[in-house]
Design a protein around this ligand. Structure first.
Ligand SMILES: [Fe+2]
Ligand SMILES: [Fe+2]
Length: 336
């Protein structure tokens, strides 16, 4: 089976030369399985058209998505977010609680209830409904909503993944209030502070998503002994090797919002997890720890000048001298 992976196309922020987006989409048809590791768009009105475009171009490809932080952004939240902290803590502590509103009751045996709570009751959780509806129409498997996908001896699990500030560098002596506000005093702001609404502290959101991936893996362990190969997908960076440290606080401060290394500790424990796919960083990278390979192949942001097709061609060329080869670098490919 030929597998292709990519992420961070940001079809709302990138002013693509139309043929460039078509060429990206057309590439998906080359694969039997295509994994998109989040950050498609924060504009929910783009979800439907794009999912259909992808499905039309790659009618025979199994397509799997996870949600990226941009995908759950609400530029204009419809109402104030209720504080879910206490309720979330109960679920994280293993109290089953009364999750009566969970629409997918059959997910209880394979999912972390705390993350289901966030999907059901937070504003950012509601936002995934628009993406989920578009995915259902286009027959795309959204892991955050539907959980594990089993394809013979291969299974795909995952979700957005979140951050808990553990990638911060303590030597900078930045107080925790600045991390919680996602704003560096005298510096910039991480925009999730304005547009992501989980209704609970990031550390708990991170824990909820971690428990969810764990529950997905335990479900496979228990109910699918035939699965030999597990692919895990997160949007955020699950392993510290994926964090670029520059030695400048103006950059390194924002590494606090890149991901959390505890996800990778979980994956190392399962002998069946062979490949982890992630996005979010906007630079291509591959590394390995023990039996687990990690890969990130994002598109990232086009600059203003790239809106000109000729300049875009130059950007994509990246020294390869060939636009098709340059587009190939926006994908990671492997066989299982
Ligand atoms: Fe991104
Ligand atoms: Fe992202």
């Amino acid at each position: 089976m030929r597998v292709g992976c990519s992420s961070d196309w940001h079809i709302d922020l990138n002013h693509f030369w139309p043929r460039a987006l078509d060429r990206l989409v057309e590439r998906v048809a080359r694969f039997d399985l295509f994994i998109f590791a989040g950050d498609m768009s924060h504009d929910k009105y783009k979800y439907r058209e794009f999912c259909h475009k992808l499905r039309r171009a790659a009618s025979d490809t199994e397509i799997v998505f996870v949600v990226g932080n941009h995908d759950i952004w609400l530029l204009e939240p419809p109402k104030p977010q209720r504080d879910l902290t206490e309720e979330l803590q109960l679920y994280l502590a293993g109290e089953k609680g009364d999750l009566v509103k969970v629409k997918r009751q059959d997910m209880r045996d394979r999912r972390g209830l705390a993350y289901l709570l966030l999907l059901e009751r937070s504003l950012s959780g509601y936002k995934t409904e628009a993406l989920s509806a578009a995915c259902i129409e286009a027959d795309i498997h959204l892991l955050d909503v539907w959980g594990p996908l089993v394809m013979g001896k291969t299974a795909i699990v995952g979700n957005c993944g979140w951050y808990d500030y553990s990638y911060r560098i303590p030597e900078y002596e930045v107080d925790m209030l600045q991390y919680k506000a996602k704003q560096l005093r005298g510096g910039g702001t991480w925009m999730d502070a304005r547009f992501a609404f989980w209704g609970a502290p990031d550390e708990l959101v991170c824990e909820a998503m971690l428990q969810d991936v764990q529950a997905q893996l335990e479900f496979l362990e228990r109910d699918h002994p035939e699965v030999e190969n597990i692919i895990v997908v997160n949007h955020h960076v699950p392993h510290p090797s994926g964090v670029k440290v520059k030695g400048e606080i103006s950059w390194d401060f924002f590494n606090a919002f890149i991901g959390c290394g505890r996800y990778s500790q979980l994956y190392q424990k399962s002998s069946r997890v062979q490949q982890v796919i992630f996005g979010h960083t906007h630079f291509r990278q591959h590394f390995q720890e023990g039996h687990v390979k990690y890969s990130c192949s994002p598109f990232g942001y086009l600059s203003r000048e790239d809106e000109n097709p000729l300049a875009l061609r130059q950007t994509l060329n990246e020294g390869t001298g060939n636009i098709e080869k340059a587009l190939d670098t926006k994908f990671f490919e492997f066989n299982i």
